[in-house]
Design a protein around this ligand. Structure first.
Ligand code: ADP
Ligand code: NG1
Length: 469
């Protein structure tokens, strides 16, 4: 007999906010570094300064940087309350910023496909019906306007943006933009906020674009460290450095199939499926199911291990599609007719377990550690492919091509397109890249005219967001 739930499914924004307020952990704020900066980033900052000066006829007062990220394992589980394992990448969003006296926010972008935008900085709202780039900047500013502790109206800002994170590719360009905007606004208003405060504030305010993300991207943007991956846990937010075993490199390969999360309902549908699964399982366990939103909260309430939760999924949820009539839906998922609760919950609990296994292997670093990490990554990919159904044929092709040469490979980020990350022994990296170039990119029309280094690259754990003066 299908389980029927009625009542208020409530949007989790308010309850998330309350939890987040009690989750303070560090007082350290983002680094303020002195210019000049060497290398490619220095060149981009110089070009950004020129753009800013040409656009606004005065110089920037400061710059901010927020990195993209690659999640090594733990996909689509942050919004269920489970730990994830990302690194910050070198690719980033840079902003040149100066205060103005007009009370306006003025935006321009080095990339002309992102048109200039202007609005009153104290009264704008985010129009989520349009998937516009400036919405992400507005989200970050709104975060500070609403929660940053600025007294009085915000000062107007002139901003120029430069980004080299491939957009809509699972490397978190959108959150980098949100985090950079929030950091810029806080710095311009002399608000020194702790890194974890900024991370949580940005996770909440990015939801104004309409997607119900978890918090991984904003957390790694502010809490990353050079040379170590981070185990990011939630409720309360914690970031633990975990050194990766030596001898291996993470290689990112872009499938060149872009997916804009805010323009489709795929992402929110998965969030809703996890929420429905939580409620049905809570109800079966005799808990007040209205109170439970996340599969992770349910595990805590039941005091079970992750393998026990996997078993419970098999006992409680049916391996069939649940219909719309069996649930009460939120605004943005009303058009969805069916929900696959069994497969989604199975993915979440088993993926959450894999994150801890990955963490333990990194900590112990014994013989065979790299092979074990590789097989956990492949198992993670299979789970996103078959249970969570958020892969893409091009990502699957890249993963198949990686077999036998990489130690493991998986989609990274939200999926439905975007990037794959592979674990490759150092001495095999060049051979591996050559293979993907020959067997994938040379046959991929979308790769024509693209610089291969921007779609296929090795990556190291990089630093967190900062201010440059
Ligand atoms: P992801 O966060 O995985 O990269 P999303 O689809 O969530 O993908 O966000 C991508 C959106 O972020 C783009 O459509 C664009 O609106 C915005 N964006 C990304 N990079 C830039 C940039 N350099 N300048 C302006 N907007 C950007
Ligand atoms: P990307 O890959 O940046 O779209 C999204 C969510 C994350 C997480 C991953 C899947 C946002 C801002 N980000 O990331 O919180 O849920 O998908 O693991 O919604």
């Amino acid at each position: 007999m299908p389980e029927v739930l009625t009542g208020n499914f409530g949007h989790s924004e308010t309850s998330n906010m309350k939890e987040a307020v009690s989750a303070k952990m560090s007082i350290e704020s983002p680094a303020v570094l002195k210019l000049p900066v060497e290398g490619e980033r220095g060149r981009r900052l110089a070009a950004l300064k020129d753009k800013f000066t040409a656009e606004y006829s005065h110089s920037p007062q400061f710059y901010v940087r927020a990195p993209g990220r690659v999640n090594l394992i733990g996909e689509h589980i942050d919004y269920c309350g489970y730990a994830v394992f990302p690194i910050a990448v070198e690719q980033d969003i840079l902003m040149a910023v100066a205060a103005n006296t007009s009370g306006k926010l003025n935006l321009c972008n080095m990339d002309l496909c992102y048109p200039p935008f202007s609005c009153d900085i104290s009264s704008f709202q985010v129009d989520r019906s349009k998937a516009a780039w400036h919405n992400y900047v507005l989200c970050g500013i709104l975060g500070i306007r609403e929660e940053g502790g600025v007294t009085g109206a915000l000062t107007g800002l002139d901003v120029a943006v430069s980004g080299n994170i491939p957009p809509s590719s699972g490397l978190s360009s959108s959150s980098a933009l949100v985090c950079a905007a929030a950091l810029a606004t806080a710095y311009a208003h002399k608000r020194t906020l702790a890194k974890d405060t900024l991370a949580e504030l940005c996770a909440r305010c990015e939801r104004h674009v309409g997607t119900q993300g978890g918090g991984m991207d904003q957390a790694i943007a502010f809490l990353a460290n050079v040379d170590t991956a981070k185990l990011i846990e939630f409720n309360p937010l914690r970031a633990t450095s975990v050194p990766l075993p030596p001898g291996a490199t993470f290689v990112v390969a872009n499938s060149l199939a872009p997916i804009n999360k805010a323009a489709t309902s795929h992402f929110n549908c998965r969030v809703m499926e996890c929420r429905l699964a939580t409620k049905i399982m809570a109800k079966r366990a005799g808990l007040p199911w209205e109170k439970y939103q996340r599969l992770g909260e349910l595990q805590v309430a039941l005091g079970k291990t992750l393998p026990e939760m996997v078993e419970m999924v098999g006992e409680v949820l049916e391996k069939r599609l649940y219909s719309k009539q069996e649930s009460v839906l939120s605004e943005n998922t009303r058009d969805i007719q069916e929900f696959n609760l069994y497969d989604r919950a199975l993915h979440v609990y088993s993926e959450a377990n894999r994150v801890w296994e990955f963490h333990d292997v990194c900590k112990k670093d014994g013989p065979g550690a790299l092979e074990r990490l590789g097989s956990l990554m492949l198992a993670s990919h299979r789970s996103t492919q078959h249970l969570y159904q958020c892969s893409h044929p091009k990502l699957d092709t890249l993963v198949e091509l990686s077999q036998g040469i990489a130690l493991g490979a998986r989609l990274t980020g939200a999926g439905w397109g975007g990037c794959m990350v592979a674990l490759v022994e150092e001495e095999k990296v060049e051979e591996y890249k050559k293979k993907l170039e020959q067997d994938f990119y040379s046959q991929e029309p979308a790769a024509k005219g693209r610089d291969i280094k921007t779609v296929l690259f090795s990556t190291q754990p990089g630093p967190a967001a900062c201010v440059y003066i």
